[in-house]
Write a protein that binds this ligand. Structure first.
Ligand SMILES: *[C@@H]1O[C@H](CO)[C@@H](O)[C@H](O)[C@H]1NC(C)=O
Ligand SMILES: *[C@@H]1O[C@H](CO)[C@@H](O)[C@H](O)[C@H]1NC(C)=O
Ligand SMILES: *[C@@H]1O[C@H](CO)[C@@H](O)[C@H](O)[C@H]1NC(C)=O
Ligand SMILES: *[C@@H]1O[C@H](CO)[C@@H](O)[C@H](O)[C@H]1NC(C)=O
Ligand SMILES: *[C@@H]1O[C@H](CO)[C@@H](O)[C@H](O)[C@H]1NC(C)=O
Ligand SMILES: *[C@@H]1O[C@H](CO)[C@@H](O)[C@H](O)[C@H]1NC(C)=O
Ligand SMILES: *[C@@H]1O[C@H](CO)[C@@H](O)[C@H](O)[C@H]1NC(C)=O
Ligand SMILES: *[C@@H]1O[C@H](CO)[C@@H](O)[C@H](O)[C@H]1NC(C)=O
Ligand SMILES: *[C@@H]1O[C@H](CO)[C@@H](O)[C@H](O)[C@H]1NC(C)=O
Length: 655
């Protein structure tokens, strides 16, 4: 036993070192963000825009795997999505994927604005609701100069020469890309230049764009580095070599082509030798250390090896791709704030639900893995089980147990299917959700605040028992703006006011959402509020008015009345649930019960309940509402919101 762990850990270490060295010898995906603009205009219709947007990103994801430049149009009318994504010519296919993975995490940051563009140092993405593919100049074209070191006159001369060369070179072979290295006279230094036009331009537009860029960029001199960010092209010069090595098999036009191949071959051969030697040394040292630490009783590699080889948690990307029929449209179950969900069948016949995350965490695969590891350790009968992930593949993917009966909202808010939810069933679901939340808040090893409790996140198993989905994920996405904006757009009705306005996050945020859910369970009505900030006739305030007047039966779901449950009891129970719901949605978080108190109130039906104070937004003119309105307006159309640098997410997630 001891022996086998030993060998396995060694193997893993070898593999990891090799991976490290190999990836270290690759190029640089240059994922630093240089600039980002979002449009002023909001998208036209959320229900039409989001699916188009998600679809456009999905197609782009697929095509970027085999191409450096992808253009996509999805949808019709004012919600049509046009997307252009392009990696710069010196990136390898792998680096291109990495750069794309990074850039696509930024673009949702523009939502709900209808479009935007992002310049990373290795790739570019633009999204609009009109065809911009021919555009090559615009009012936002700009230069970005690095002003830390200045260079002499000789460097400046070489830079002018290099950028001029780049313009002609980029157009010479119609590949719209040029890399230049021009020596600075009298030194052993060079100036390095990259120029690239979007492939959708005509040659004359590309030329016009690059000519402008090449003239403009020289305004950055004498600084050591400059970038021109135009509508149709980019250019960069620098005194340090930021360019990736020319790939061996590329049809390089460079005169010392052969020389480069030889250099690369030599460096490959020598790095293999170095690698082998390094490995041997490393193995020797780690073996000794391993044995030594093994005696002490702790060694991280063992843990790491266990995690990495734990096949039940780690799914291969190809396995998942196959299970979902290559992301077949017919397997799509739906889409949420974090990504699209597909049904999958593993080769052993097991059914799974696959969440293809919108956000790629490749750059923190280890963090993501830890997160998944943590969440997968959280087990409760009322929580959807996370089976594992594909954490290091080209996309971030989560694998869940599959629940065929879908989510609560599809039953509750459906006139026909709602009949399947008798009062007993509803009560059982309510208790299940409450127990799941108590577990998340109080019993699990790490305290988890769900943040997104709503009917569509409550899944139902074969016997219609409740299972809470998507818990714990929000932690992984703290700095992902896309989720926040989707959450604001989609889940407004469920969000506690203090969280919405001030980002105050406590368990009481979930209690609020749970309260809304209780009201929905009794009324069969959705508390949906999308963009219109019109709280005065929401389910919460309607329920509050009726509760005060003693006419709460008026909001009862007609479907409830069809069941044979003795009406008098039903009425008493349902009123109690509304009462508890109203206690949960009180404006002051401190007045709301904790989840365990709420559960006790639900379970013991004879104990008297305190009288609820008013829920938020019952008066249109309250300060709170105005604050929130301002916040949302600021968020969606304020000048500051257009720039990624000035919007801090801490407003929403202060921890
Ligand atoms: C320029 O950028 C601003 C935001 O910085 C944006 O509102 C505007 O729509 C952009 N103009 C064009 C033509 O892209
Ligand atoms: C958005 O589009 C959907 C589907 O066509 C439509 O039902 C809805 O009324 C539209 N919403 C708005 C605000 O126009
Ligand atoms: C990418 O650019 C090439 C021309 O270099 C073009 O043939 C190809 O169609 C483009 N691909 C896409 C998806 O636009
Ligand atoms: C793009 O969206 C904006 C904002 O909703 C709208 O004003 C404009 O008409 C749309 N453009 C097209 C071509 O539909
Ligand atoms: C560099 O630019 C920044 C912002 O434009 C400016 O605040 C700073 O003073 C500049 N530094 C130098 C050395 O010019
Ligand atoms: C050439 O570069 C090396 C380091 O890369 C430096 O030590 C040397 O001084 C340089 N020579 C000249 C003439 O600048
Ligand atoms: C390049 O074009 C932009 C607008 O597209 C313009 O403002 C700028 O002056 C031009 N620069 C040069 C050097 O022509
Ligand atoms: C739940 O799903 C199963 C399998 O699809 C189906 O047979 C069953 O009728 C569903 N139950 C309800 C109540 O819809
Ligand atoms: C909630 O959304 C449904 C459709 O999803 C719609 O029929 C209903 O009118 C909406 N309710 C409110 C209060 O906006």
């Amino acid at each position: 036993m001891m022996k086998s762990i030993d060998t396995r850990s060694m193997l893993i270490i070898v593999l990891m070192v090799m991976l490290l060295l190999v990836s270290g010898s690759e190029g640089d995906a240059r994922v630093q963000i240089v600039n980002m603009y979002c449009d002023k205009g909001l998208e036209n219709n959320q229900t039409l825009f989001i699916p188009n947007f998600v679809r456009a990103m999905e197609i782009t994801s697929t095509q970027m795997r085999t191409s450096h430049n992808v253009t996509i149009t999805v949808g019709t009318g004012p919600n049509k999505n046009y997307a252009l994504t392009q990696c710069y010519g010196d990136l390898s296919s792998e680096d291109c994927l990495l750069c794309y993975a990074a850039i696509r995490t930024y673009i949702p940051g523009c939502y709900p604005q209808s479009g935007g563009r992002i310049y990373l140092d290795g790739c570019y993405m633009r999204l609009q609701n009109y065809s911009f593919f021919e555009e090559y100049k615009g009012p936002n074209d700009t230069i970005v100069c690095e002003n830390t070191t200045t260079k002499g006159i000789l460097f400046q001369e070489s830079t002018r020469e290099a950028v001029a060369n780049a313009v002609t070179d980029a157009l010479r072979y119609d590949n719209y890309f040029s890399r230049q290295e021009v020596a600075v006279a009298g030194t052993n230094k060079s100036v390095y230049v990259l120029a690239e036009c979007w492939k959708t331009l005509s040659p004359s537009s590309c030329r016009a764009c690059l000519v402008n860029a090449s003239e403009w960029i020289t305004k950055c001199l004498p600084w050591s580095e400059g970038r021109a960010l135009n509508t149709g092209c980019i250019m960069r010069y620098s005194d340090t070599n930021f360019l990736n090595p020319v790939p061996v098999q590329s049809s390089s036009r460079s005169s010392n082509h052969k020389g480069k191949i030889i250099t690369i071959t030599v460096s490959v051969v020598s790095s293999v030798v170095v690698l082998a030697v390094a490995l041997m040394i490393f193995l020797y040292i780690s073996k000794r250390r391993y044995i030594k630490q093994k005696r002490k009783g702790s060694f991280n590699a063992e843990k790491l090896a266990k995690i990495l080889t734990d096949s039940s948690l780690n799914f291969k990307y190809s396995t998942i791709e196959k299970a979902t029929g290559n992301w077949d449209e017919s397997n799509k179950l739906g889409q949420g704030g974090f990504g699209t969900v597909y049904k999958g069948v593993l080769s052993d016949g097991r059914e799974i639900a696959v969440k293809r995350l919108f956000v790629n965490n490749k750059f923190r695969a280890a963090d993501f893995y830890n997160e998944v590891n943590m969440i997968s350790g959280v087990e409760h009968k009322n929580l959807v089980r996370l089976l594992g992930c594909s954490c290091s593949g080209p996309e971030s993917i989560l694998v869940y147990e599959y629940l065929p009966n879908m989510s609560l909202n599809l039953f509750l808010f459906d006139e026909i299917k709602g009949r399947e939810l008798s009062w007993e069933k509803r009560y059982e679901i309510i208790i299940g959700v409450a127990e799941g939340l108590v577990y998340l808040h109080e019993n699990s090893k790490s305290r988890i605040i769900h943040r997104d409790i709503k009917a569509s996140n409550i899944l139902l198993d074969l016997r219609l028992r409740a299972k809470i989905a998507d818990f714990g994920l929000a932690r992984s996405f703290q700095d992902d703006k896309s989720h926040i904006s989707t959450a604001i757009a989609g889940t407004l009705g469920y969000m506690a006011p203090e969280y919405l306005a001030h980002g105050q996050l406590t368990e009481k945020v979930d209690v609020y959402s749970f309260g809304v859910l209780l009201l929905e369970m009794v009324s069969g009505t959705e508390n949906n509020r999308s963009k219109t900030i019109d709280y005065t006739d929401s389910l919460v305030s309607t329920a509050w008015k009726h509760f005060k007047r003693g006419t709460i039966e008026e909001i009862f779901d007609p479907n409830l009345m069809m069941h044979s449950y003795p009406n008098i009891l039903l009425k008493k129970d349902a009123i109690r649930v509304v009462h508890i719901g109203l206690l949960c949605v009180q404006e002051a978080p401190s007045l709301r019960p904790s989840m365990s108190t709420a559960l006790k109130m639900l379970a013991k039906d004879d104990e008297p309940l305190p009288a609820p104070s008013s829920p938020p937004f019952t008066d249109e003119k309250t300060m709170e509402l105005n604050n929130i309105t301002q916040k949302l307006l600021h968020y969606s159309e304020g000048d500051d919101a257009s720039s990624i640098a000035t919007v801090t997410h801490s407003e929403f997630f202060p921890r």
